[in-house]
Design a protein around this ligand. Structure first.
Ligand code: CMC
Length: 428
């Protein structure tokens, strides 16, 4: 195979080197394009642009393959703990026994957040969306740990910030839930593992005992793993680009959370349940909503369907769909929207519009049904996505900084007015 791609441009020929990935994906390295030809590429939405090389996550959207550091998502979801996957993503290898114990100890001993963080809630109107609150809370950690403002921290300081983020995120997420209910917060209990501690802080009520259900622990662990990373998606790219300006890690993660909030990205999990509820209230006719989704004059889209990269069943959705039946059965929950979701999926997958465009259910299609069965309010769904995605964002940020990548700053093709003389248009 040729090692270069030849570009013929306005009578000039340039050879551009190829970058071949470890799974034989082909990239054309255009880093010399502008200096050699004066031209830039235009790729709105980055549909054909590889923004980086990366050794964290491999995704083959045509084959429905997702692997982290070489391990399949199926293997990780079945066998690993979320803390192991977090370690794997950030450090590149699964931890040994000693490494796991150290990591787990460090995370367990950074779970408390400064009491002053509770004051922030006083400023927010009741009913504020928890994703906006989470963005602000994570960003405000930089005020409590000002050493994180050093743009070039030593390794130990960088690791401490990473541990703090991973350890405090569940405390903050549970706090958002409690505050939105108007209930007192529950402090972390460091003898509990990561997921159990989170569930205890979320569902325990100060007035009553709470027994952590192992079915909840298993379900939550799996859901967090399934959300842990997804290569150069909108929020990970945001984290990388903000980090490329050497902004502090808390600010970078807050930016990632803001990107995730959008309904085309992580915010879809909330929208899916709202859509399924709307279908139920409308009489449960899936075909009517499929027709709306196909109508180009109607902005309605089937939420939880379609993906930029997957042109096959999203492997995460496959695992969640299987778990969904299992968990609802174990919990003895009968949710009518699960039947609507299955009917909607079946109708869509038999429809030419969805077949031709290769639109399949994505990770968000069934996850909300599990979250709801566990007792999470719908506004918390995207917050739970963020809790799972945190190690992925950190790993992507760390890789970008370790490779000393330059500031992210795309070019453009200007299509506005050419130079014109000033003449007043308004009477003054
Ligand atoms: N319902 C109806 N039509 C759709 C949908 C959908 N959910 N998704 C894509 N299409 C159509 C779209 O109208 C277009 O048709 P045409 O070629 O006739 O113009 C074609 O499929 C390609 O869509 P696109 O918008 O060009 O694709 P994209 O790669 O820019 O967008 C997406 C990907 C995920 C934003 C989109 O599929 C979508 O809006 N899905 C619903 C929101 C959603 O579930 N998002 C969660 C994604 S998974 C979680 C995550 O990792 O973010």
């Amino acid at each position: 195979m040729s090692e270069t791609a030849r570009l013929s441009l306005q009578g000039k020929e340039v050879d551009l080197p190829l970058i071949i990935g470890s799974e034989n994906e082909v990239g054309i390295d255009i880093s010399s394009l502008r200096s050699e030809t004066g031209a830039v590429t235009v790729d709105v939405g980055y549909k054909n642009t590889g923004s980086t090389t990366s050794s964290i996550t491999y995704l083959d959207g045509e084959a429905g393959i997702l692997r982290h550091r070489g391990y399949s998502i199926e293997d990780l979801a079945e066998n690993a703990t979320f803390m192991e996957v977090a370690y794997l993503l950030i450090n590149g290898e699964l931890p040994t026994q000693q490494e796991y114990e150290d990591w787990d100890y460090q995370i367990r001993h950074h779970t408390l957040v400064n009491e002053d963080m509770e004051n922030i809630f006083k400023a927010w109107p009741t009913g504020s969306h928890p994703m906006g609150q989470l963005t602000a809370m994570i960003s405000s950690l930089s005020s409590f740990y000002p050493e994180s403002l050093n743009p070039n921290p030593n390794e130990e300081d960088q690791h401490r910030t990473i541990r703090r983020l991973i350890a405090k995120m569940p405390t903050i997420v549970a706090m958002l839930h409690k505050k939105n209910l108007g209930h007192p917060i529950i402090y972390p209990k460091n003898k509990l593992d990561y997921v159990s501690n989170f569930l205890n802080m979320t569902f325990k009520n100060v007035t009553e005992d709470y027994e952590i259900d192992p079915i909840f622990v298993e379900a939550m662990n799996k859901l967090l793993i399934l959300h842990a990373d997804h290569e150069q998606n909108c929020s990970a790219s945001t984290v990388r680009i903000v980090g490329s300006a050497h902004s502090n890690l808390y600010a970078c993660i807050a930016a990632g959370i803001a990107a995730l909030w959008g309904p085309l990205h992580g915010g879809a999990n909330q929208k899916v349940i709202e859509m399924l509820e709307a279908i139920r209230e409308d009489g449960g006719d899936a075909r009517k909503f499929i027709a709306k989704a196909k109508d180009k004059n109607d902005p309605f889209r089937l939420m939880g369907f379609g993906h930029r990269v997957y042109k096959n069943y999203d492997p995460r959705a496959l695992i969640i769909k299987k778990s969904c039946d299992d968990i609802l059965n174990k919990l003895g929950v009968k949710d009518p929207v699960l039947d609507i979701a299955k009917q909607l999926e079946e109708t869509a997958l038999a429809d030419d519009y969805f077949v031709e465009r290769k639109l399949f259910p994505n990770v968000d299609f069934y996850s909300g049904i599990i979250y709801r069965a566990m007792g999470f309010p719908v506004e918390m769904f995207t917050v739970l996505f963020a809790l799972g995605r945190l190690p992925g964002w950190i790993a992507q940020w760390k890789e970008m900084r370790d490779q000393n990548q330059p500031i992210g700053r795309p070019r453009q093709i200007y299509t506005g007015h050419v130079k014109r003389d000033w003449t007043a248009r308004a009477l003054r």
